[in-house]
Design a protein around this ligand. Structure first.
Ligand SMILES: C[S@@+](CC[C@H](N)C(=O)[O-])C[C@H]1O[C@@H](n2cnc3c(N)ncnc32)[C@H](O)[C@@H]1O
Length: 284
């Protein structure tokens, strides 16, 4: 890690192709040299959020993507969720991510999965999406806004690029009731300076200010606190599984996982899942 840029937490400069190669090598070491490279086989590694693939499935149940629709992934990481949605639901998915090395790796993995024509990756900021107004049917963002102080700005941009009636689904970590995160690194930041957790109330306010109507707002503090304790104890006893996001960032992977579970367990963070809608007839 060099300095305090958000991108430096996620990748070393110039590491894009090496990241994709490391992901594929880890999968082959685990599943055999002839394993098919698909969104499903990559899923234990390339869904970069707590509870991995399972949480993506939960998000997708809220997003309800339809065949042929244009879907936007804000903060798309290595593109795991984008590839899975494109492959399973037959959508065209555009991912925008700040970290150039992750964009490079995502494009390599798209090609390896044969999905380069259905998943487009663009390097850019959620605060200035490099995309035209009213160009997406649905948008989602999974565990990216925790790096961004100006969340109202993210929601304004999502509103701008959605078509009237379009749906936004958010799944991320909000501030819990018991104070700030105590131990770093966590999955989204190496340092407190890059961690910006909103309260549920601030999130509702920022979405409304951007023009969204909130359809559902679920805060998962209770259930995740219980399961996080069990997950932390398992990690401490058994260490990391062979496949996981730690493959991308070797070194402190075990500590990242343990710190994240501890923060959930102590009520310093909570997971939220939100469905919001751009009203019909609203101007972008
Ligand atoms: C924890 S990863 C999650 C990646 C992906 N959403 C997933 O669930 O697999 C967070 C991602 O958000 C991206 N990110 C952080 N700040 C951003 C910003 N201002 N604009 C776009 N992407 C951003 C990071 O580069 C990183 O890839």
């Amino acid at each position: 890690m060099s300095g305090q840029r958000v991108q430096d937490h996620y990748a070393r400069p110039g590491s894009g192709t090496a990241i994709a190669a490391r992901v594929i090598a880890a999968l082959r070491a685990f599943a055999g040299a002839h394993v098919a490279i698909t969104p499903e086989t990559l899923a234990p590694i390339d869904h970069l959020h707590g509870r991995g693939y399972l949480a993506t499935q939960e998000l997708t149940a809220l997003l309800e993507p339809q065949p042929g629709e244009a879907i936007l992934d804000i903060g798309s990481g290595l593109g795991g969720p984008a590839r899975w949605i494109a492959a399973v639901f037959g959508c065209a998915v555009t991912g925008v991510d700040l970290t150039e090395e992750y964009c490079d790796a995502a494009r390599e993995l798209n090609a390896a999965c044969g999905l380069a024509d259905r998943v487009r990756i663009m390097q850019g900021s959620a605060l200035a999406l490099p995309l035209p107004d009213a160009s997406f049917d649905r948008a989602y963002s999974h565990n990216a806004v925790m790096n961004i102080a100006d969340k109202a700005g993210v929601y304004r941009e999502a509103f701008r690029v959605l078509r009237p009636g379009g749906r936004l689904v958010l799944a991320h970590i909000n501030a819990g009731p018991n104070g700030p995160v105590e131990f770093f690194p966590v999955g989204w930041a190496s340092l407190p300076a890059n961690s910006f957790l909103a309260t549920d109330e601030e999130t509702r306010r920022d979405l409304a200010a951007a023009g969204f109507a909130i359809v559902t707002f679920q805060s998962l503090a209770g259930p995740t606190a219980t399961t996080a304790g069990a997950a932390r104890r398992k990690l401490e006893a058994e260490g990391l599984p062979p496949l996981g996001p730690h493959v991308i960032r070797p070194g402190d992977g075990l500590q990242v996982q343990i710190n994240g579970m501890r923060a959930r367990e102590d009520g310093r963070v909570c997971e939220v899942q939100i469905v919001a809608r751009k009203p019909d007839g609203s101007q972008s």
